[in-house]
Design a protein around this ligand. Structure first.
Ligand code: FES
Ligand SMILES: [Fe+2]
Length: 374
């Protein structure tokens, strides 16, 4: 697939990479079902039985905290006749997970505890029918799953990120606000929009008062993430509705870290934005080629949240407004790309990370069997 023009310009991808249902299906298989995918925060799974459900790449997954404090992930499918066990998005199981159909009952560790009428059946052994597990790992409070059979460790996908972001002590932060968005665009356009600020003067009047839009210092992209940091304009201390910082700096940050916002897209579905005083996370959930769900969360230090005068509306309102501006233009971008007039167009030097993200997708898509797309 050409990603440069005859004159050697780097170009955007053909329309079908964004719009074709068979491309999308293969992307779910080769990108989302083979990589570690961010599902949420350990903080949301406090206490035995706490769970979240995520639907991804044709799988429905339960991520459950066990009685032993270990977070595990299982297919949300009963081992009897395949009924979906749980239709709630999140909640807490009381000690066990029971199928609503014939009451097969599983422990929080996935073991089958009870299967009515089955114990008399010759050859039936409960221990052979636990919930089907998948790989689950936690990085600094962020929970990831991997649908693959024998995945590489999460650490190999994250590379130097754990060391890079250790000063933010992300595992200590607590959720203050979650907003879910359901938007009419392809998931890759959300990642691409996140990775450039050329649009900031046009799309984001408020954000553009906070950063200089050409001021990003990007780190070299790897095969699994890209990102960089941006400083503030004079008088701005953090990203909030007026640029004022109403919370203490996160403990552990150097003077340099306190003056920056880090923007990292961790492939395939995790947008991590670290501010001097809070963290915003966005997980990306492709539904179909032209539809994507997004879960945005704002996390703060518990010592700040415990203060009687704690406020966070300034940070949430700032990003909710800015995010909606991004979602609207990403939807409009999808409209154009999926219409007859679209042809791949040239990237500028300021869009190198987007081209590199395209190469990441294409490399993953080639990494398969006979049906390699061209
Ligand atoms: S399908 Fe779950 S108990 Fe029968
Ligand atoms: Fe934006």
């Amino acid at each position: 697939m050409a990603t440069t023009s005859p004159r050697g310009l780097r170009t955007t991808l053909p329309a079908r990479v964004y719009t074709d249902p068979s491309w999308f299906a293969l992307e779910m298989e080769r990108v989302f079902a083979r990589m570690w995918v961010a599902v949420g925060r350990a903080d949301a799974l406090r206490g035995a039985g706490a769970f979240i459900r995520r639907d991804l790449a044709g799988a429905s997954v339960l991520i459950v905290n066990g009685s032993d404090g270990v977070i595990r992930a299982f297919h949300n499918v009963c081992r009897h006749r395949g009924t979906q066990l749980c239709s709630a998005h999140d909640g807490a199981f009381r000690g066990s997970i029971q199928c609503p159909y014939h009451a097969w009952t599983y422990g929080l560790d996935g073991q089958l505890l009870a299967a009515p009428q089955m114990d008399e059946v010759d050859g039936f052994d409960r221990s052979e029918h636990p919930l089907r597990p998948m790989a689950c790992a936690v990085w600094d409070g962020h929970v990831f799953i991997n649908l693959g059979d024998a995945p590489e460790p999460l650490a190999s996908q994250l590379g130097d990120l754990p060391a890079r972001f250790a000063p933010w002590r992300m595992q200590d932060l607590s959720l203050a606000k979650r907003i879910e968005y359901d938007i009419a665009t392809n998931w890759k356009l959300v990642v691409q929009n996140y990775n450039e600020c050329l649009h900031c003067p046009v799309i984001h009047p408020l954000l553009n008062q906070m950063h200089h839009y050409l001021g990003a210092a990007n780190v070299p992209s790897t095969g699994t993430y890209c990102g960089g940091a941006m400083g503030f304009k004079d008088g701005v201390e953090t990203l909030s509705t007026d640029g004022k910082r109403r919370r203490a700096f996160l403990p552990g940050l150097s003077a340099a870290d306190r003056a920056l916002v880090n923007y990292f897209a961790i492939y395939p579905n995790f947008l991590l934005t670290l501010h001097p005083d809070y963290m915003m996370t966005i997980t990306i959930w492709p539904v179909d080629p032209g539809r994507t769900r997004l879960i945005a969360e704002w996390h703060f230090h518990p010592a700040e949240m415990a203060k009687p005068d704690f406020v966070c509306a300034d940070a949430i309102e700032f990003w909710d407004r800015t995010n909606r501006e991004d979602w609207a233009i990403s939807e409009q971008s999808y409209q154009g790309i999926s219409s007859r007039g679209y042809q791949p167009g040239p990237y500028s030097e300021r869009e190198t990370q987007l081209w590199e993200f395209d190469q990441f997708v294409l490399a993953r898509m080639r990494h398969g069997d006979a049906e390699t797309p061209r």
